[in-house]
Design a protein around this ligand. Structure first.
Ligand code: PLP
Length: 366
């Protein structure tokens, strides 16, 4: 059975940058001084030399293997964070006279809509804002517009703790922000045309953004843009049009190998279901002491926001947990309360430690 353990006693519940596999950090520490016996560290190599050729080639190959990404998708490593995709997608794929359609399920989709509206016409096909972003639409509720240039959704809403079980059905090319759950479970490539993710949750350090784009989509990209905003140029240049975020790509490559060594995405998904179930049980079995933010029908396996009966108890919970080595449990400022982020590299035993703490805290404060 696939599981993740950790030798460090501090548990890092950060929503991102977040916990990374220890073996990856150890390898990176070694390669910092000498990559592949070259006598030069990974941060010091030219991005056009053979050592970094090897790093990029393997990162792309391991990414394709781990994600089971079909050959008609291009894999790109870009900069500007996931937020840069909020601008690049509409600038490349939203022509005059069409709309970019968005399913608004949280702050990150709202930001994408705001940026999209600077590039062209946007249409909100559904919004969960009035309901506090606690839930996701059922299929019949999404009002896509006719002839939309693309449909946009966010697979996992980091702040509100909701996640789509299946991608929405959409006739237009489908764009997915997978920043906070990429490679936590298998991906349905037939339904998607462009997937992107900032690295700093499940892939590696901040500073690199993974973009996986269908080649037929790439061919339709706007060429009347500055070079750094053009997907086609990044693709043609193998993500090395300019000096790329070499270290981020290098770490991502190690993380892809690590996921493969654990048995791939099915095995990772099984583990993530078990890990999240430990914490959701702690909430559901607390006799109402803890309340989860998300509607139980669309709970995330990665981010679990919840509250105690009062803001004072939330603060006490966070402080007492920190004193026991459970770090970064404060909820996002827009939701408050507590949030446990338990990405792929978060140890399973850490979920049990938090659940035990939750039970003890509820017993003494309930
Ligand atoms: C779902 C989602 N999309 C986008 C972003 C923005 O990412 P970045 O800071 O890399 O721009 C985040 C950051 O947490 C996120 O969780």
């Amino acid at each position: 059975m696939t599981t993740v353990t950790a030798s460090r006693t501090t548990l890092n519940f950060s929503a991102g940058p977040a916990v990374l596999p220890e073996c990856v950090l150890e390898q990176a520490a070694r390669d910092m001084l000498d990559l592949d016996g070259t006598g030069i560290g990974v941060l010091e190599h030219s991005h056009r030399g053979p050592a970094i050729d090897r790093v990029f080639d393997e990162a792309v190959a391991d990414c394709r293997a781990v994600g089971d990404i079909p050959d008609d998708f291009e894999i790109l490593f870009l900069q500007g964070g996931a937020s840069m995709q909020f601008a690049m997608v509409p600038m490349n794929f939203l022509p005059a006279g069409r709309t970019g359609d968005y399913v608004d399920t949280g702050s990150w989709t709202a930001k994408a809509i705001a940026d999209g509206s600077k590039a062209g016409a946007v249409h909100t096909a559904w919004s969960g804002k009035d309901g506090g972003y606690r839930t996701l639409p059922s299929p019949g509720e999404i009002q896509w517009s006719d002839g939309a240039a693309y449909g946009w959704y966010c697979t996992n809403n980091t702040i509100y703790g909701t996640a789509w079980a299946e991608p929405p059905q959409c006739e237009a090319p489908l764009v997915a922000d997978m920043s906070s759950d990429i490679f936590s479970r298998p991906i349905d490539w037939a339904s998607h045309d462009l997937v992107f993710a900032g690295a700093q949750k499940n892939i590696g350090p901040a500073g690199v953004t993974l973009v996986i784009i269908r080649r037929s989509m790439l061919e339709r990209a706007n060429t009347d843009l500055p070079a750094m905003l053009r997907y086609d140029i990044h693709a043609k240049k193998g993500s090395r049009y300019n000096t790329p975020p070499v270290f981020g790509v290098y770490c991502a490559g190690l993380v892809f190998k690590w996921i493969r060594s654990l048995g791939g995405l099915e095995a990772i998904a099984d583990m993530n279901r078990r890990k999240a179930a430990i914490l959701y049980s702690a909430i559901d079995e607390s006799n109402g002491f803890y309340s989860g933010h998300a509607d139980p029908a669309c709970r995330s396996l990665m981010n679990i926001p919840f509250t105690t009966p009062s803001a004072e108890l939330d603060a006490a919970f966070i402080a007492e947990a920190a004193a026991e080595g459970m770090s970064t449990l404060k909820g996002h400022r827009s939701v408050g309360g507590i949030r446990a982020s338990i990405y792929n590299a978060f140890p399973e035993d850490g979920c049990r430690r938090l659940a035990d703490f939750m039970a003890a805290f509820a017993a003494s404060n309930g």
